[in-house]
Design a protein around this ligand. Structure first.
Ligand SMILES: Cc1ncc(COP(=O)(O)O)c(C=O)c1O
Length: 306
């Protein structure tokens, strides 16, 4: 990871190396923290943060779900993110923002009500999450042995730190088996999502993505559905089984970090022609036009930094 100059921590900008925590911070032991992943792109008018308000709202909502009081408003957190991007004087095309809140030092034991809440925003330059080559040629996806925990014992709608143990084990298994990303089924055997992205497939010209019954309410998924609909593509939201995936004509993953990453292979089976599909490429190109501010129709999703 490339270090940046500053990190915003509890209302102040501190230098990257000084943004530290105590080893007895509550979240390190019991896993109640909430994160966001937001992205800024270098447009012709300088950096613009994509769907900033939606991401910040989700951070606050995740915290509400896990009973954590973030002592800053959405507006204050938005301002912190805008200022952080400006102050860091980034140069590259892609900047990833990681706003988060966690429980700090002072209380031990699982009961967290009195643990202090720390709020941070970090940002750094970060390229294609699943590799530049993956964006063009597609990646290999494995349906892993880990499944998303059932909704009765999980807060899948919260972008909570603890949920990422599940993602981490899934991702590790996939990579260990020679794949690039993991696809998790839910406890009923239907496709939930990848370890850090949503799943889409194309069948007979229809774009299909599962409902968010057991997955994060993804902002990119919502964006792609909107773009596809505006492009005249028929979009369906329905449950997908493992077999549906194996016989898809095209497949891809979406997420703030993953953007639109084509899937060329799942569990020993090529998807379609085993390369990036035609509809995937069209949507990818549209998505980049939108986030880089080249498509004025969606400019309302951009928050310019300068
Ligand atoms: C588990 C999980 N699902 C889906 C997504 C995609 O969400 P978004 O499009 O809001 O970035 C992410 C990325 O943050 C994720 O971590």
């Amino acid at each position: 990871m490339d270090a940046a100059k500053y990190i915003w921590m509890n209302g102040k900008f501190v230098s990257w190396d000084d943004a530290k925590v105590h080893v007895l911070s509550h979240t390190l032991h019991y896993g109640n923290g909430v994160i966001e992943g937001t992205k800024a792109y270098k447009t012709q008018k300088g950096y613009a943060i994509f769907r900033l308000n939606d991401h910040t709202k989700r951070l606050k909502e995740s915290a509400k779900m896990t009973i954590m009081e973030i002592p800053y408003s959405v507006e204050e957190l938005n301002k912190a993110q805008i200022e952080l991007v400006a102050k860091n004087e980034f140069k590259g095309d892609n900047v990833y923002l990681r706003p988060f809140a966690f429980l700090g030092y002072g209380v031990m034991g699982v009961y967290h009500k009195h643990a202090p809440v720390e709020t941070v925003v970090a940002a750094w330059e970060w390229g294609a999450y699943l590799g530049e080559e993956g964006m063009k040629k597609g990646i290999k996806l494995k349906i892993v042995s880990m499944s998303r925990p059932a909704n009765t014992s999980n807060m899948g709608k919260a972008k909570a730190v603890a949920n990422y143990l599940n993602s981490q084990m899934a991702k590790y298994e996939a990579i260990d088996c020679g794949y690039e990303e993991a696809l998790l089924l839910d406890d009923q055997g239907y496709v939930a999502e990848a370890s850090g992205a949503s799943f889409f497939m194309v069948k007979n010209g229809v774009l299909i993505t599962p409902p968010n019954d057991n997955s994060l309410e993804s902002i990119t998924q919502k964006t792609v559905i909107e773009l596809a609909t505006d492009m005249g593509i028929k979009v369906e939201r329905r449950r997908l089984s493992r077999e549906d995936v194996y016989v898809a004509d095209e497949a891809f993953l979406t997420g703030t970090a993953a953007e639109i990453t084509p899937v060329r292979h799942v569990d020993g089976r090529d998807i379609g022609c085993g390369a990036r599909g035609e509809m995937t490429e069209k949507l990818q190109s549209k998505y980049f036009d939108v986030v880089f501010g080249r498509d004025k129709k969606y400019e309302h999703y951009l928050t310019y930094v300068n």
